[in-house]
Design a protein around this ligand. Structure first.
Ligand code: AMP
Length: 431
C-alpha cells in the first residue's frame, strides 16, 4: 500500500488526531474569516507556486528557508525554477504590485489561508506541509496599523476560545540600526565562535541577530553569560518613537503583551515591529503565529516602496493548543433524515425525495434495499433524527417518517416533509 509523505497530513472528520480533523480546521479558518472580514479586510488567494525568485527574495538569503534549503523547488518544462511557497507574504506583495493596488485606498488589507511548504525535519507541530491564515496590511507606515494587526491576530485566538496566550513584542529596528547591532553582536560573540552551535557559527557572519533566538542550550548559556544588550538600546530615534507608539496603542486596545528583546524573526526583510504569539503549555513548538513589519520587501521584488505589516497563524499549532485547552471541537451538523428504500422501485424515489429536501435539510439515502429493521438500524448508526421509509405501503409520493428517539411514526406527503420536520423540531416530543 502506498503511503503519504511523512510530515504531510490528511484532514478529515474522523481523524484520530484532533489537529487533523477537518471540522476543527474549518472552524479555525471560519473564525479568522469572521474577525478579519468584520475589519473590512478582503480575501485573496495567490498560487501555491511562484517563480522561485519571488519566494527567495521574499524570505531573504540568510533565512533558514534559503540557507537550509527548506524551500521545495522544481524545474518546469520551460526550464524555469519554480518553488512551493514557504510563506505567503511575498506572493501577496507580488500580487499587490502586479495588479496596481497602490492606487486603491491605502492600506490595502488582505488575508488568505492555505498550505505552506517547508522541507523541515518533521515532529509534532512541525510539518513539511502545514497551513496558515495570513493577513497583510500594505501601504501604510503608521504604527496604528501595526497595533491593529496585532490586535486582530489576538482577537482570532480569543474568538477560538484560547486563553493561555503570550504575546511577545519586539522590534528589529531600521536597517541602519541592525547594522550597528549586528556589528556589536559579531564583536561580542566572535571570541566564543568555537563554542557556538554550528548554526550560530554560520549566523555569526551572515545574520548574528539570529543567534539570539537559537534553540541550542549552549548558545543560550553563552548569550546570557555575555549579558547581551537588547536591540532596543540600538534603535535610532525614529524606530524608537515608532516602537513606543505601538506599545501605547496596544495598551489603549488592552491587548496583553510583554516586551521580548529576543524576538528577531527568521526572515530578513522585517523592520521595526516584530512579534510572536505563544501558547503557555504546548511545549517546544509553542509558537501559534508570528508577524512583523516589512517595509523593504516590495522593492526587493522590483516594485516601488510599499510599507507593510502582517501575520501568519499556524493552523495545526492552533488546533494543538485548542485540544490542550479542551476547547470543544465543533461537530458537523447532524443528519436530519435517512431515507431507506424497502423495495427496488423505492431506490430512485429515495433519491428524488432527497433531492427535493436538500440543501434545506441534511438528507442521506440508503443505496440498497433493506428490510425495515435493518433500515432503522442503519439510520440510527448514521445518527439521523428521523428515518424515512419508502416501499409498497408508501407509494403515491408518501413517506413514513419515524422519530428514532421516541419511536413514534407517521405517514406524510412528500410535499409536506420539510414543513412537518420543521414543526417537529420546534416541539420535539409532539406526536
Ligand atoms: P513563520 O512564517 O515561520 O513565522 O511561522 C508562522 C507560524 O506558522 C508559526 O508561528 C507556527 O505556528 C507555524 N509554523 C511554522 N512552521 C511550521 C511547520 N513546519 N509546521 C507547522 N506549523 C508551522
Amino acid at each position: 500500500m502506498l503511503r503519504s509523505v511523512p510530515g504531510t497530513n490528511d484532514f478529515f472528520g474522523k481523524s484520530k488526531e484532533y489537529a487533523f480533523r477537518e471540522p476543527v480546521f474549518r472552524h479555525i479558518v471560519e473564525s479568522a474569516q469572521r474577525v478579519l472580514s468584520a475589519s473590512g479586510a478582503q480575501t485573496i488567494h495567490t498560487p501555491i507556486f511562484e517563480y522561485a525568485e519571488v519566494l527567495q527574495k521574499g524570505v531573504g538569503t540568510t533565512s533558514d528557508i534559503v540557507v537550509k534549503k527548506e524551500m521545495y523547488t522544481f524545474e518546469d518544462r520551460g526550464g524555469r525554477i519554480l518553488g512551493l511557497r514557504p510563506e505567503p507574504t511575498a506572493s501577496i506583495v507580488r500580487s499587490y504590485n502586479e495588479h496596481g493596488m497602490k492606487v486603491w485606498p491605502q492600506p490595502v488589507r488582505l488575508f488568505t489561508w492555505g498550505p505552506i511548504f517547508r522541507a523541515e525535519r518533521h515532529q509534532k507541530g512541525r510539518y513539511k506541509q502545514f497551513h496558515q491564515v495570513d493577513y497583510e496590511a500594505l501601504g501604510s507606515s503608521d504604527p496604528l496599523v501595526d497595533a491593529e494587526t496585532i490586535a486582530l491576530m489576538v482577537q482570532i485566538y480569543r474568538e477560538l476560545g484560547l486563553k493561555h496566550l503570550e504575546v511577545k513584542l519586539g522590534t528589529v529596528g531600521d536597517p541602519e540600526d541592525r547594522l550597528r547591532y549586528n556589528a556589536y553582536l559579531r564583536e561580542l560573540f566572535r571570541p566564543h565562535a568555537q563554542e557556538l552551535s554550528e548554526d550560530s557559527r554560520t549566523r555569526l557572519e551572515s545574520n548574528p541577530m539570529r543567534i539570539l533566538d537559537s534553540k541550542s542550550a549552549a548558545d543560550q548559556q553563552i548569550a546570557s553569560g555575555l549579558g547581551v544588550r537588547p536591540m532596543l538600546e540600538f534603535l535610532g530615534e525614529e524606530a524608537r518613537a515608532f516602537h513606543q507608539a505601538v506599545v501605547r496603542y496596544l495598551e489603549a486596545l488592552e491587548v496583553g503583551f510583554s516586551i521580548d528583546p529576543s524576538i528577531v524573526r527568521g526572515l530578513d526583510y522585517y523592520v521595526r515591529t516584530a512579534w510572536e504569539v505563544h501558547h503557555a503549555n504546548i511545549g517546544a513548538k509553542s509558537a501559534l503565529g508570528g508577524g512583523g513589519r516589512y517595509d523593504g520587501l516590495s522593492e526587493m521584488l522590483g516594485g516601488s516602496r510599499v510599507p507593510g505589516v502582517g501575520f501568519g497563524i499556524g493552523i495545526e499549532r492552533v488546533a494543538i493548543a485548542m485540544e490542550e485547552e479542551g476547547v470543544e471541537a465543533p461537530t458537523s451538523p447532524s443528519l436530519d433524515l435517512y431515507l431507506a428504500p424497502l423495495d427496488e422501485a423505492a431506490k430512485v424515489e429515495a433519491l428524488q425525495l432527497a433531492q427535493k429536501l436538500r440543501p434545506q435539510l441534511q438528507v442521506e439515502i440508503g443505496y440498497s434495499v433493506k428490510k425495515v429493521g435493518k433500515a432503522l438500524e442503519d439510520a440510527t448508526k448514521k445518527g439521523a433524527r428521523y428515518a424515512g421509509l419508502l416501499g409498497q405501503g408508501e407509494r403515491m409520493n408518501r413517506v413514513t417518517l419515524k422519530n428514532l428517539a421516541s419511536g413514534k411514526q407517521t405517514q406524510v406527503a412528500w410535499n409536506d416533509v420539510a414543513r412537518w420536520l420543521g414543526e417537529q423540531a420546534e416541539q420535539p416530543f409532539a406526536d
